[in-house]
Design a protein around this ligand. Structure first.
Ligand SMILES: Cc1cc2nc3c(=O)[nH]c(=O)nc-3n(C[C@H](O)[C@H](O)[C@H](O)COP(=O)(O)OP(=O)(O)OC[C@H]3O[C@@H](n4cnc5c(N)ncnc54)[C@H](O)[C@@H]3O)c2cc1C
Ligand code: SF4
Length: 325
C-alpha cells in the first residue's frame, strides 16, 4: 500500500525547486519507478512534486551546432521512435526501445530512467542493507545471480538503465537545476560508484532536478548500436549489454566508446576493449582480442560467472556487426 503524501503540480522549474525543500519530498516524472519504491517502502515520502506541468522539460529538438536537446520528460517511446535520434544516434533509440515494456515506455521518461533506483531484490525488499544505511550486503552472502561482475565494492548492484550506457557512449551531458542554480555534468560523471558513496546513485542533491540531456553533434564516421541480453523476451533488465559509439576512418576504428550494461553499479566504460580496437580494423583477430579484454578485470560473485561468456559473445557479435555497417 502507498503511504500518505501531499501532491503538487508546479508550472515552473523555480516553483518545483521550492517544493523540494526536504529530502522527504520526491520528484515524480512518469512514476513507473517511484510508485514501486513507495509501495515497497524503499524510502518514505511527505510530498510528491510532479514535473508533468512544466512545459520546458518536454520535447526533442536539434541544437544550432547540430547536436540534440532532449527534455527530461521525453518518454522512452518518443526517444525510441524519434526519426532524428534513430538516424543520428541509433544507439540511444535502440537503448530506449529495449527498456521495459511498451506500456512502461509510454509512461517512463528519460530523466526518470537515468534516476531510477537499483533493482537489487534485497534493496527492494525488507532488508536494511548497506545501501539503505545498514551494515550488511545481503547479496554478497545470498542470491547474487543478477549482480555485478565489475566495479563492485561493498555493494554489488548493476545499473538498471538501458539508455544510460548509450548516453555515456555518445559523450552526452545533463543539465541540472536546483536551489544553487543550474549546472552541467557529463553523463559519465553523473552516476556515483559504490567506491565513492554507496548510499547514492547519482550526483543529484534532493532539491535538484535533471532538466535536459544534451547530445553533441555526431562526429564524422560515427556508427553506433546497443545490444542487450535478458532472461525473458517480454520485458526484463539486462543480464549483459553493450553500447557502441565508434568513429571509423575507412575500415579503421579512429575513436569512440564501449559501454557495458548489466555489468557494474554504473554504466561501465570498457577501456580494455577500447584500447584493443583503437587504430585497428575490426578483423577476426582484433574482435577475438576485444572479446577477451571485456572480462579481463571481471570479479564474478558466487552465482554470476555465466556473465563472462555472455559478455565475450555480445562484444564479439556487436563488433562483427558494426564492422559491416
Ligand atoms: C516492470 C519494470 C521493468 C523495467 N525494465 C526496464 C528495463 O529493462 N530497462 C530500463 O532501462 N528500465 C526499466 N525499467 C525502469 C523504467 O524504464 C523506469 O521506471 C522509467 O524510465 C522511469 O521513468 P519515470 O519517468 O517513470 O520515473 P519516475 O518513476 O517518475 O522517477 C524515477 C526516479 O527518478 C527521480 N526522477 C525522475 N525524474 C527526475 C528528474 N527529471 N530529475 C531528478 N529526479 C528525477 C524520481 O524522484 C524517482 O526517484 C523498468 C521498470 C519497471 C517497473
Ligand atoms: S548489492 Fe547493494 S543494494 Fe543489494 S543488498 Fe548489497 S548493499 Fe544492498
Amino acid at each position: 500500500m502507498l503511504p500518505n503524501f501531499s501532491y503538487v503540480r508546479p508550472k515552473s522549474l523555480d516553483e518545483a525547486v521550492r517544493h523540494l525543500d526536504s529530502p522527504e519530498n520526491r520528484i515524480h516524472a512518469g512514476g513507473t519507478d517511484l510508485l514501486g519504491c513507495l509501495r515497497e517502502r524503499v524510502f518514505g515520502v511527505a510530498k510528491i512534486v510532479s514535473l508533468s506541468g512544466i512545459q520546458e522539460l518536454k520535447g526533442i529538438t536539434e541544437t544550432a551546432e547540430g547536436g540534440l536537446r532532449i527534455g527530461a520528460l521525453a518518454t522512452l517511446r518518443e526517444i525510441a521512435e524519434s526519426p532524428l535520434i534513430r538516424s543520428k544516434y541509433p544507439v540511444l533509440a535502440q537503448g530506449a526501445a529495449e527498456a521495459a515494456s511498451p506500456q512502461l515506455r509510454n509512461q517512463g521518461t528519460l530523466g526518470g530512467n537515468l534516476c531510477q533506483k537499483p533493482r537489487c531484490w534485497y534493496y527492494r525488499g525488507d532488508f536494511h542493507c548497506l545501501r539503505k544505511g545498514g551494515d550488511l550486503c545481503y547479496a554478497m552472502v545470498g542470491e547474487n545471480a543478477f549482480h555485478c561482475i565489475l566495479g563492485g565494492d561493498a555493494c554489488y548492484i548493476v545499473h538498471p538503465s538501458d539508455t544510460a550506457p548509450a548516453l555515456v557512449a555518445l559523450g552526452a551531458t545533463v543539465r541540472i537545476t536546483g536551489a544553487g542554480g543550474p549546472r552541467t555534468v557529463p553523463v559519465e560523471e553523473f552516476f556515483v560508484p559504490p567506491t565513492q558513496d554507496l548510499t547514492r546513485e547519482t550526483v543529484l542533491e534532493h532539491n535538484e532536478i535533471l532538466t535536459e540531456i544534451l547530445l553533441p553533434p555526431p562526429p564524422q564516421g560515427l556508427r553506433s548500436s546497443y545490444r542487450k541480453v535478458r532472461a525473458r523476451r517480454s520485458w526484463d533488465f539486462a543480464l549483459a549489454g553493450v553500447a557502441l559509439a565508434l568513429q571509423f576512418r575507412g575500415e579503421e576504428v579512429a575513436g569512440g566508446r564501449v559501454v557495458l550494461s548489466g555489468a557494474a553499479p554504473i554504466p561501465w566504460r570498457s577501456v580494455e576493449v577500447e584500447e584493443v580496437i583503437l587504430g585497428k580494423r575490426l578483423d577476426a583477430e582484433t574482435i577475438s582480442a576485444a572479446a577477451e579484454a571485456v572480462v579481463k578485470n571481471a570479479e564474478p560473485l558466487a552465482q554470476n560467472d555465466y556473465k563472462l561468456p555472455l559478455f565475450r559473445a555480445i562484444v564479439e557479435e556487436e563488433l562483427s556487426a558494426i564492422a559491416k555497417v
